[in-house]
Design a binder for this molecule. Structure first.
Ligand SMILES: [Zn+2]
Length: 441
């Protein structure tokens, strides 16, 4: 009696950083199997290979799920998103600091109500799965119950998700403030309750240095030092007015990143969203200390924040993943986010070849989150989180992809044109977690 399941489809994943390669035949970083089989046992990848060869050798007891004509890739990873802001996605007309005051803070106040938090968290997790996102690093609000709600929703699916309550004790509405001591204590209680439970992890989450006192940043750094296996998740240098404020608020600092570094918040498993206005010294510090950047193109465009310099990050070999940054971002879809990332780089004369884009959305993001030993590709033993993409889901993807047999070209077109409609199914640990209503089977 076996518990294995085999999934028959075209299979594509990254074995390493493609480093600019576009030609599959010359890239050892990519594995593509046109008629492939992914065998999953006890939630983990057992093996992948050519369907014909593997099917000949497997027991008749193994269930075969047929996704022929569809493409299986590893589950996509969102390295920065705010679940409490889902209801204010696409709010008109402001840049970061005004946008926070006008839209984000009023929405976040509602999370004092645990029922509201639970309802939004359930919707948000379903949206992740509908979009083929199987792991996310997620901001909650200042309220501890908002972190409880997102962890509870994710645990229902045994989803790999990282979150934490926001730390924020100044420059924000009174009723959204904690203080240095309660922020430390509430975060510690949440770490003890959730970190390492199933596939959940905790992130110490100062919103950004603007909204924290030095005392609070010091307490966050103390907690980070006491719990080196938890994450630190915050924003860095998103907007020029914000950077000016930081220079005034922390007049002793060399740079914005220096503020976080000073308080012990730059380390492995620290993830900084945006990083648009950082310099070469900052990038070197980020690389040396093992911090990671979440590149959030739809948000950077929507809030008029600026253009992320990917090449400069690559030159220093900094860990980079993609973030949707909803509600500043305009889509929960990592496919849409890849498409906007490509355009942001085009505006700067930089390239994002298709396999590099796949890497950013999967294995590269896993590496940014120090999870590449668990997720990000189909190496045997890894957690079987994957997405079934249907290129025939919309008339335009169907027509465009039928014009090519080249996998790089097809992948690129699918990433430029695709969104949640192309997600035929999402699997977590080999179990069906979402099945797309729009897919033509
Ligand atoms: Zn954000």
């Amino acid at each position: 009696m076996t518990t294995a399941t085999a999934f028959k489809a075209s299979i594509l994943h990254c074995l390493a950083d493609p480093g600019g390669a576009t030609d599959l035949s010359r890239s050892k970083a990519i594995e593509y199997i046109d008629d492939g089989l992914l065998i999953v046992e006890k939630g983990r990848v057992q093996k992948i290979g050519e369907a014909e060869a593997l099917l000949a050798g497997i027991s008749e007891n193994i269930e075969v799920v047929d996704y022929s004509d569809k493409l299986i890739i590893p589950g996509m990873i969102d390295c920065h998103v705010h679940y409490p802001q889902i209801d204010i996605i696409a709010s008109y007309g402001e840049q970061l600091l005004d946008w926070l005051r006008e839209y984000a803070f009023p929405a976040e106040k509602k999370f004092a109500n645990a029922e509201h938090a639970a309802q939004v968290a359930d919707f948000f997790v379903d949206e992740l799965l509908r979009n083929g996102t199987t792991t996310a690093l997620v901001f909650a609000t200042v309220h501890p119950q908002s972190a409880d709600a997102i962890f509870e929703s994710a645990s229902r699916y045994n989803m790999r998700l990282i979150s934490g309550k926001v730390l924020m004790d100044k420059n924000c509405p009174e009723d959204l403030r904690d203080d240095a001591r309660s922020g430390y204590e509430d975060s510690l209680a949440l770490i003890e309750k959730w970190h390492g439970k199933g596939r959940l992890s905790y992130a110490i989450t100062p919103r950004f240095a603007v909204t924290s006192s030095e005392g609070q940043l010091a307490e966050a750094g103390r907690l980070a030092n006491e719990h080196t296996d938890v994450y630190v998740h915050t924003h860095l240098a998103e907007n020029e007015d914000e950077v000016e404020l930081i220079a005034k608020q922390f007049s002793w600092s060399r740079s914005y990143l220096d503020v976080y570094e000073h308080f012990g918040l730059l380390r492995e498993r620290s993830v900084f969203a945006h990083c648009l206005y950082i310099n070469s010294q900052d990038r070197q510090a980020m690389a040396d200390k093992g911090g990671a950047i979440a590149f959030c193109p739809t948000s950077n465009l929507f809030l008029g924040s600026g253009l992320f310099d990917m090449q400069a990050a690559r030159d220093k070999q900094i860990r980079v993943g993609l973030g949707t940054d909803v509600g500043g971002g305009t889509s929960m879809s990592v496919l849409r986010t890849v498409s906007e990332a490509y355009k942001v780089l085009q505006l700067q004369g930089q390239a994002l070849p298709p396999f590099d884009a796949l890497y950013l959305a999967t294995l590269g993001a896993a590496r940014a989150l120090y999870l590449d030993d668990k997720i990000g590709n189909f190496e045997p033993g890894k957690e079987a989180d994957f997405v079934v993409l249907d290129s025939a889901a919309t008339s335009i993807t169907s027509r465009r992809l039928s014009t090519s047999d080249d996998v790089a070209e097809k992948l690129f077109a699918l990433m430029m044109l695709g969104d949640d409609r192309c997600v035929a199914a999402t699997y977590l640990m080999g179990k069906l977690a979402h099945s797309g209503a729009n897919s033509r089977t």
